[in-house]
Design a binder for this molecule. Structure first.
Ligand SMILES: [Zn+2]
Length: 115
């Protein structure tokens, strides 16, 4: 990986941290009390969706922050499972990824795709 590629990945990660931090602050997690039962039901549905969204995005935020902390390590860009190069294209698309394509597939689907 060249310094220029690393700079691009770092910029992606910083953008992501910024965006996710702003979204977390903008999310309204208060549960309104509605006198109407139908309104209350849709308010409850909105609230649980927002909670799930915050849960998912706070995980993504942590991953992006961890990737920023790792980016200067000589092992950044290497698969944490098999040690293979993750590849710059994949890192640019998913900068917080820690696994190569085949280990990721194995992790997600239980497939053994690694050569
Ligand atoms: Zn791997």
């Amino acid at each position: 990986m060249t310094e220029q590629q690393k700079t691009r990945i770092r910029a992606r990660l910083n953008e992501r941290v910024d965006l996710l931090t702003r979204r977390a602050q903008a999310l309204d997690l208060t549960l309104e009390h509605c006198p109407d039962e139908t309104d209350q039901a849709s308010e409850l549905a909105r609230h649980s969706l927002d909670l799930a969204l915050r849960e998912r995005e706070s995980g993504q935020l942590r991953e992006a922050q961890m990737a920023l902390a790792r980016i200067d390590s000589p092992r950044f860009g290497q698969c944490e499972d098999c040690g293979a190069d993750i590849g710059t294209a994949r890192l640019l698309a998913r900068p917080s990824t820690r696994l190569c394509v085949c280990c990721q597939a194995e992790f997600e689907q239980g497939l053994s795709a690694c050569a």
